[in-house]
Design a protein around this ligand. Structure first.
Ligand code: AHM
Ligand code: MG
Length: 287
C-alpha cells in the first residue's frame, strides 16, 4: 500500500480512537429512541445519531478522506477527495437499554462508495466493554489496543485467531433459520469443546471469536434471505479483520470480501466469521 494511503488509514484509526471516549461519555444521556428510523428501517437511538454526527465531523474532516457513509444516514456524504470511509457508529445499540456491549465499526476503501471488499485498505472496530478496546487491521496485520483518553495503547501485536475454536454465537430467531443452517448449528452445539457465547452486538461476539476461536453467524432467514447485517458497514470490515487475523468469512458460499452488491450502499448480507475449518463445514452444510 502506498505510504500516503497508509498515513490516511492511520489518521482514520487515530480519529476513531480520539472519538471513542466522547461517544462513550455521550451514552448515558442518550439511551432513548430518537423518534426516527435509519435507512434499514430500524428505530434509531439518540446515541446512534449522536455517534454518527460526531464521526462524520471527525472522519470527514481528515485530509485525504473523500467520502463518508454510515448505517444511520441515507446517502454517501462527499467530504473532500481521497479514501472512502464507512461507519456503523454504534453497532448493537439495542444493547444500550440493558447496558450490554456495543461497538463502532469502520471500513476504509480506496474507491468511491458503494465499494467492493477487494478495495478495503483498512478496517477497525472499537469495543465498548468494561474497557474500550480497538482492533485495527491494515497492511496484512491486526493489532489490538486499549483506548485510553482517546489514545491507542498496544496490547496485542499481530492478533491471530486461536487454532482451537471454543465459542459460538448464532443470531436471529431459530424458527426462521433455514433447515440446513439449523442442522449445522445443532452439530456445533453437540461438540463438547464448544460453548455458546452470544451478546446481541456483533462486535462483542466477533471479538470473543477473535479472542478464543470459534464462529459467529448472523445467517440468512426464511423471511429475510439476505440476513440482517449490512455488507458495507458490518460485513466487509469484520470479514477483513477476521481474514487478516488468519480466520475466514462467508456469506454461506464465498468469502464476504468477494460478495459484490454495488447497487445499494445499505445492502444486507448473511454473515459467518470464524475459524477456517468451521467456515468450511458451514459452507458444505449450506451447499
Ligand atoms: P445495529 O448496527 O443496528 O445495532 O444492528 C446490528 C446488530 C448486530 O450487532 C447484532 O449481531 C444484531 O444486530 C442483533 O440483532 P437482533 O437483536 O435484532 O437479532
Ligand atoms: Mg451494526
Amino acid at each position: 500500500m502506498a505510504d500516503e494511503t497508509n498515513e490516511i488509514v492511520e489518521a482514520v484509526f487515530e480519529a476513531v480512537a480520539e472519538a471513542a471516549p466522547e461517544i462513550r461519555a455521550g451514552l448515558p444521556s442518550r439511551r432513548l429512541k430518537s423518534g426516527s428510523e435509519n435507512p434499514s428501517g430500524e428505530t434509531q437511538m439518540a446515541a446512534d445519531v449522536f455517534a454518527d454526527d460526531l464521526l462524520q465531523t471527525r472522519l470527514g474532516g481528515i485530509d485525504g478522506v473523500g467520502e463518508y457513509a454510515s448505517e444511520e444516514r441515507e446517502d454517501v456524504d462527499d467530504v473532500g477527495s481521497g479514501l472512502s470511509v464507512t461507519v456503523d457508529p454504534l453497532d448493537g445499540s439495542s444493547n444500550l437499554k440493558p447496558n450490554n456491549t456495543m461497538g463502532t465499526i469502520v471500513g476504509i476503501y480506496d474507491e468511491p462508495l458503494p465499494a467492493t471488499g477487494d478495495h478495503l485498505v483498512g478496517a477497525s472496530y472499537v469495543l465498548f466493554g468494561p474497557v474500550s478496546t480497538m482492533m485495527c487491521a491494515a497492511e496484512g496485520v491486526v493489532h489490538e489496543y486499549i483506548v485510553d483518553n482517546g489514545v491507542r495503547n498496544l496490547v496485542t501485536e499481530d492478533v491471530r485467531l486461536p487454532d482451537d475454536p471454543s465459542v459460538y454465537g448464532f443470531g436471529g430467531r431459530v424458527p426462521e433459520w433455514f433447515p440446513d443452517f439449523e442442522a449445522f448449528a445443532r452439530e456445533v452445539e453437540q461438540d463438547a469443546s464448544m460453548k455458546l457465547r452470544y451478546g446481541g452486538a456483533m462486535i462483542g461476539d466477533v471479538n470473543q471469536v477473535l479472542t478464543y476461536g470459534g464462529i459467529f453467524s448472523y445467517p440468512a432467514f426464511t423471511n429475510a434471505p439476505e440476513g440482517k447485517l449490512r455488507l458495507q458497514y458490518e460485513g466487509y470490515p469484520c470479514a477483513y479483520i477476521m481474514e487478516t487475523a488468519g480466520g475466514a468469512s462467508s456469506d454461506g458460499s464465498q468469502s464476504i470480501l468477494d460478495v459484490v452488491k454495488t447497487d445499494d450502499i445499505h445492502a444486507r448480507v448473511p454473515v459467518h466469521l470464524g475459524n477456517r475449518e468451521l467456515i468450511d463445514r458451514l459452507e458444505a452444510a449450506l451447499d
